[in-house]
Design a protein around this ligand. Structure first.
Ligand code: AKG
Length: 268
């Protein structure tokens, strides 16, 4: 299976419209790969909080339209990263869009863990609540977004739902790049799954982006890693390696869920 991660440069020197046109062309040029992945909130930038409201769109908005057309023109599965979605009730969500090679919207995922603590995305957007997997011909993809990477229980839920390849669009800051790489490898090792994590390049809202999009195999080996600037990272991988790894080193079968009942019995 071949995948291209499009590590898009997101900075204020380029308008949202111009970036949307540029990214649409880049997706069209990926004909021949099976899966294309874009980063989180690449229209606005993940830290451009003040533009979320103005640039929010519905699931039938300009980004969704452009991505549907680009996916069908290229004939690829497209994880189009995420958009600031305005839901019918007015709530904003950080919503990922996955398109089939025919350009149909196969799945949406509203980011569950919002970043910012008591500001930014955490107060401007609503939280998703549903785990999402998508069946591709070669593999079952589990989707998560950026800050979700820090929450291993979400990924265990995706594995329980059948995920073999974990796709994670992000707008991860340069300041915590070491966490990004470490956590991507950790999620791959502990879940014995491929991890395809696609970040952004550039600087927006004063936050330099880490870049370093990364593809990790179920043994934790890094198959490909981008630099810091805009880059297309194309990688070939064998989805069958997930079953082989899980069979040869069946750690997932040894999961034991802890219980608090023992501790309660021992309490005075
Ligand atoms: O967890 C981090 O360090 C970065 C998360 C983030 O930037 C995001 O979710 O947008």
């Amino acid at each position: 299976m071949r995948a291209s991660l499009l590590q898009i440069r997101v900075d204020e020197g380029e308008s949202v419209d111009s970036r949307r046109r540029r990214v649409t062309s880049l997706v069209r040029e990926q004909a021949g790969v099976d899966l294309v992945v874009l980063p989180e909130l690449w229209t606005t930038g993940a830290f451009a909080y003040e533009s979320f409201d103005a640039e929010a769109e519905s699931l039938e908005g300009p980004t969704s339209d452009a991505m549907a057309n680009a996916a069908s023109e290229a004939g690829v599965w497209l994880h189009a990263g995420s958009i600031p979605e305005r839901a019918p009730d007015g709530t904003l969500y950080n919503t990922s869009l996955v398109f089939t090679p025919g350009g149909e919207l196969a799945a949406t995922y509203r980011k569950i863990h919002r970043f910012g603590f008591d500001k930014g995305e955490a107060v401007l957007m609503g939280a998703g609540s549903e785990l999402v997997t998508v069946r591709l011909p070669e593999t079952t993809v589990g989707v998560a977004t950026c800050y979700d990477l820090r929450f291993p229980e979400l990924f265990r839920g995706l594995v329980d739902a059948g995920a073999e390849t974990l796709v994670i669009p992000a707008g991860w800051p340069e300041r915590r790049r070491s966490h990004w790489t470490l956590l991507a490898q950790a999620r791959a090792v502990e879940n014995q799954a491929f991890v395809l994590a696609c970040g952004t390049a550039g600087t927006h809202a004063g936050v330099p982006q880490a870049g370093h999009s990364i593809v990790v195999d179920p043994w934790g080996e890094v198959l490909a890693e981008a630099g810091t600037d805009e880059e297309i990272l194309t990688v070939e991988f064998d989805p069958a390696k997930v079953a082989v790894t899980r069979e040869q080193f069946p750690a997932l079968k040894d999961r034991v869920l802890g219980s608090t009942s023992t501790a309660r019995r021992q309490a005075p």
